[in-house]
Write a protein of this length. Sequence first.
Lengths: 153, 751
Amino acid sequence: MIELTVNGTKHQVDVIPDMPLLWVLRDELGITSPKYGCGIAQCGACTVHINGAAVRSCQAHIGDIAGKSVVTIEGLTNRDTHPVLQAWIEHQVPQCGYCQIGQIMQAISLLELIPKPTDEQINEVMSGNLCRCGTYSRIRTAIHAAAAKMAEK
Amino acid sequence: MGDIQSLSRRAFIVSSAAVAGGIAFGSYAIAEPAAATSSSNPLAAGLKPNSVTFNPWVEISPERITLIAQHADLGQGVGSVQPIMIAEEMDLDPGQFEIRFAGPSPAYFNTGFADEFAPFLAADQSPAAEAARAAALESLRTSGLQMTGGSSTVPDTYEKLRIAGAVARETLKATAAKRSGVPVADIRTQSGHVILPDGTKIPYVELSAEAAKIPPVQDAKLRDPSEWRMLGKPMTRLDVRSKVMGELKFGIDLKMDGMVFASVKLNPNKGQPLKSYDASKARSMPGVKKIVEIKNGVAVIATNSWYAMKAVEAIECEWAPSTYPAEQADHWKTLEASFKPEFLGKEWRKVGDIDTGLKTGTLVEAEYRAPYVAHQPLEPLNGVGIVTDTGMEIWVGHQSPQFVQNIAANAIGLKPEQVRFHNQWNGGSFGHRLEYENVRVLAEIANQIRGTPVKLVFSREEDFLQDIPRQISIARHKGSVDNGKIVAADLQLASTAPLKGLLERSGIPSKDPDAQLAAGLWNVYYDIPNFRATSYEAQGLSPCTTWRSVGASTAGFFTESFIDELIHAAGLDPLKARIAMCTVPTYRKVLETVAEMSDWKGPLGNGRGRGVAFVEAFGTPVAEVVEVTATDRGVRIDKVWVVADVGKVVDPINFENQVQGGVVWGLGHAINCELTYAKGAVQQTNYNHHEAMRIYQCPVIEVRGLENDPKVRGIGEPPVPPAAPALANAIFAATGKRIREMPFNKFIDFV
C-alpha cells in the first residue's frame, strides 16, 4: 500500500511504485481532471501541483509522491472565485477543453513565480502545454487578465 | 473565366449524371423544412409518462426540458450553439434546459452536405446549381446520412433548430390556450414560461402532459434576427465553465461499476491482420487480468489503463505486411507516376484554350508536395463498451452515430439495431473521430468478456500508429503570364483519395472521382481566360481520410502558392492583383477587407515580408495575410489578419476562437508536421515528432467576420487552407525563397 495526499485527503493505493501519479489519480482515485495526452511530458495535459509546483503527473512515479501534497483543480482553494479560472471563463479560452486544466494549473504556477509576466515569459513557461485546438491567443489574454486582477488584491 | 453561371452550367452538363459522395442525384424536388417532415421522431420511443416531444430536438417532462445537440461536439461548440438556436426561439435561458447528444437516427440527416455534394462552385447561385443542391438534399434525406463534418454544424441546423424551437413554443402556447380558454394570440412566452394576459406564468414543464395530447403546431414563424436575444451577440459558450472547472466528463473519463481497462497493440501495417504473438512476459505483469486476440492485434485487460498499456507493450507480435509500399520513398514514387490517364480522377473544370494559353507569353512551371499528416486530437481514441447476449452498448465520441452501430455490429455478428450508442464530449477530432478503429476493436474486446464493461484507451503511440492520415499529394502546375496578366493556369494534382477512403470504410463505397480532390483546385475565382483543373488518384498507397479542411488543406496550398508565383512573374502586387482578378463581388470584399485590416501597402523590406492567400472551402471564402520577419534565428511569424464571410455570424466569440484555431492548425502543421512510413509503419509516434504549433510560435491573429454571402456557412475548417500558402508567400516576400513543399522546416528554420 502506498499512501498519498490529494486535495487534503489521505488515500491508500495498492499499485506498484513505478505507476505514474496521473493514472493513480484517474483510474484508482477517480479524479479525472488531469488528462492523459502523451505520457512523455510533451503535452502538459496531466499537469497538477505537487508541494505547490506544477508537475507533469505522467512523469511522477507514485513511489516518489508519498508524504507530498498533490493538488488537482478540484482541490484549489477558492476554485469558484480563483482569478485564473475566472479569466479563463471570461475570455472563453476552451474549445474542446481537453488541455485546459493542464494549461490552467501551469498558468497558476507561472503567476505565483512571476506575478506580472510578459508575453515572452508566458511563451517560455507555457510552451510545454500543447493545445491542438489552437487557443494560444486566448491563453495569453487570460493570463494577463488574471495577473491584473491578482495585482488589484 | 468571368461568367461563373455559364461555366457552372457546363460543369452541370458534364456531371449531371454523376454521383457525389456516394449519393445519386434524383430529379429536382422542392425541399421542405426538415423539422416538419422528419418521418419519425427518435425521441418518441424513450418518452417517460406525462412527457412530450414535438420533434427530434425537443423533449419536455414534468421535471426537465432536454434539448438535443444534433452533431458531435469536437470542441467546435456544437454542445452550446445548437441548443441555443433552439432556446432562442423557444424563449429559454441558459440553465433552464439540459443537453443531450443525438442518438443514431435518419431524422438527424445532415442537410448541410447538400451544397458540398452538388457539383457546382460555391459561388454559383444559378438555377441549375440550386436544382442540383435540392436534389442532393433529397438524396441526403432519403439516405438519412447522419454525420458531423464538412463545417456543417451551423449550415445544417441554422434553420431546422430554430424551427424546432418555434414549433415547441407555439405548441406550448396552444396547450396553455386550451387549458385556460384564452385565445392563443393573447398568450406569450418568456424565460421558460407561458404567460397569460392576466400575468399568470405557467412553467413549460407543467404543460408537458397536456402538450402531448395536441398535435405540434407546425406553422410556427421564425423571428427576425433583429429580435434575437442570444444569437449573433457575444455569448458565453454553455460548456466553458464546466471545462474550466475540470467538471466536464469526456469519453475517456467515464466510469462504470465493475469496469475493467483495456489497451491494444495493433498491426501498424494499417488494415492487415495479426500473424502470431507471444504474451508470456505480459501475462505475469501487474494488474493483468486477461489477454485477448483480435483481428488485427492483441488487447490486454487489466485493473487500470496504465497496467494495460505497459503489458500490451511487452507483447511481441508478428504482423502481416502492408499492402502499400513499406518505405516512404516508394510512396512518393507511386505518386510521381500517377499523372497518367489510367489514374485520372476527373477534369473538374476547363475554360478557354489551355494549350494555346500556355504558349502565350512566359511559361511558369512548379511542382508542389504535401505529406501524410496525423490528426492527433489530445484526447486519444477510447471508448467504453459492454456486450451482453442481447446486444452491445457503447459510449464513444464519434461523428457518425449510425456507422458506429454498423461497424460494431459487423465486428461481432450483431444487427446494427442491437448496438446502443451514446455520444460523448470529444477532446478534439479534426477528422480522427470519423474513423472506426477504436469502435471495431472495442466491440471485439467487449465480446470476449461478455457482461463486463470495459474501457479501451489507446496509448498515444498506438493512436499515432493507427491514425489514418491526411492525403499525400503532388501538384504539377503550369501557367503563363503576358503583358502583366495571367493568361493561363493548368492545375494538376495526384493524390490519395481521402473522402473515398472514408466512405468505403463507412460501408458506402463510391466509384466516383473523389470530389475533395477538387477542393482548392477547381474553385478558383480569378479571371484567368484559360484554365484547367485536373485530379489524378494514386492507387495502392496508405489509406487516407478527411483531415481538418480535407482536400483544400493540400490543394489550397498548391493553388494559392502557384497563383502567387504567376502574380510575381507578371510583376503585380499579390493582394492588389487578387482583388483585381476576383470575379465574385462578395469574395472581392473579403480580399479588400483583409487589405484594409492589414493596411497592405506592398513590400515591407528589411527582412520583413507579407503573404496573402484566398481559398473558398466548404462554401466559406477566407483571406489571410501573414507577416513574417527573417531573423538570424529563422523566420518569425509576427501577425496574421483573417477575413471570412459566413453569411451570418451566429456565435461571434466562438467564431473568432474557431478562426484563430484554424489558422494555428494550418500554420503549425505546415511548419513542422509529416508522417513517413518505414517498414509499413509510421515513424512519428508522439508529439515530439509531430509537434505543430506551440504558444511561443503563435502570432497575434486578428479576425473579422463578414455577412455578405447569401447563405449561412461554416467556419470550423475554412480558415485552415489559406494559412500555409499565405505563410509560404510571406517567406518568399521576406527572403526570396519559394517553398513548395510541406513541412516548411525541411527548407527553412523557424524561430
